[in-house]
Design a binder for this molecule. Structure first.
Ligand code: CP
Ligand code: NVA
Length: 302
């Protein structure tokens, strides 16, 4: 039976282990200049309803390195943009492709696509979730800290897709997750409550960013206005000001805490340039790992 990656919540601890071992192996081989092409002759369709730099490039390059090809399918230029149904699109694309990656607005669209597709569907970001990002982030934590078990991850800012996927990870892995979000900008309540019940390390929502950051191993943030929320940018900038990751907030965390951001970042908004470009920041390695982890995801699913 085909397997999709729609949410981290669908994975069990063994899936994470297999994926990260594969990603580490693929990364090592790439760095050594050795080619590894288990997906020779395979094709991945990539449907984008929203912009992307990292996701598009890492999937496309990753597929090429694995021996296959990736097709960029802007919904504007396909019949999807002119109203062809998800049901028909999914069934037809399944006749041509070996896998499909989708970046869109509603999580339900990706789920509907997966329901009708007979090939694996990968969630490349929705308004609700961003699983590929958090899988790469966990791999980065594992690489840098040797483990994620028992580590405290502090997520500061908007309760958005990235926050929700971190919460899903905390429901599945023994990490401690502390979030700090302003009133009215909390993560999805269903995802949060479900994780509180399932979590081994604890999932807590604070108002004060200093409480979340206290003795944290990782300080993580993301934009205050996600794609599709551009009209709210000015209002959000006011509300979120106390949630900026700056030198003072970083001082609440452990001395060796690392700073993470899924990028793109807005220097001076959710994070100061000094912290983003500072010695504790791992954002470039974090972005690179999208390539290695997604190659592992594609090898496993396709
Ligand atoms: N982090 C991330 O998904 O980046 P892109 O929007 O550039 O793909
Ligand atoms: N929360 C951000 C993540 C971008 C990778 C957004 O959805 O725009």
């Amino acid at each position: 039976m085909k397997k999709d990656l729609l949410s981290i919540y669908d994975l069990d601890p063994a899936d994470f282990r297999v994926m990260f071992e594969k990603a580490a192996k693929l990364k090592k081989m790439m760095k050594a200049g050795k080619s590894c092409q288990p997906l020779k002759g395979k094709t991945l369709g990539m449907i984008f309803d929203k912009s992307s730099t990292r996701t598009r490039i890492s999937f496309e390059v990753g597929m090429f390195q694995l021996g296959g090809i990736a097709l960029f399918l802007s919904s504007r230029d396909t019949q999807i943009g002119r109203g062809e149904s998800v049901q028909d699109s999914a069934r037809i694309m399944s006749r041509y492709l070996n896998g499909i990656m989708i970046r869109t607005y509603a999580q339900e669209s990706v789920e509907e696509f997966a329901k009708y597709a007979t090939i694996p569907v990968i969630n490349g970001l929705t308004d609700l979730l961003h699983p590929c990002q958090i899988l790469s982030d966990l791999f980065t934590v594992l690489e840098k800290k040797g483990t994620y078990e028992g580590l405290k991850i502090a997520y500061i800012g908007d309760g958005n897709n990235v926050a929700n996927s971190w919460i899903n990870a905390a429901a599945r892995l023994p990490i401690q997750l502390a979030l700090a979000c302003p009133e009215g900008y909390e993560p999805n309540s269903f995802i949060f409550e479900r994780a509180v019940k399932a979590s081994q390390g604890g999932v807590v929502l604070h108002r004060d960013p200093a409480d979340a950051a206290a003795r944290a191993d990782v300080i993580y943030t993301d934009v205050w206005a996600s794609m599709g929320q551009e009209a709210e940018h000015a209002k959000r900038t006011e509300v979120f000001k106390p949630y900026r990751v700056d030198r003072k907030l970083l001082a609440c965390a452990k001395k060796d805490a690392m700073v993470m951001h899924c990028l793109p970042a807005h220097r001076g908004e959710e994070i100061t340039a000094e912290v983003l470009d500072g010695p504790q920041s791992v954002v470039m390695d974090q972005a690179e790992n999208r390539l290695h982890v997604q190659k592992a995801i594609m090898e496993i699913l396709l």
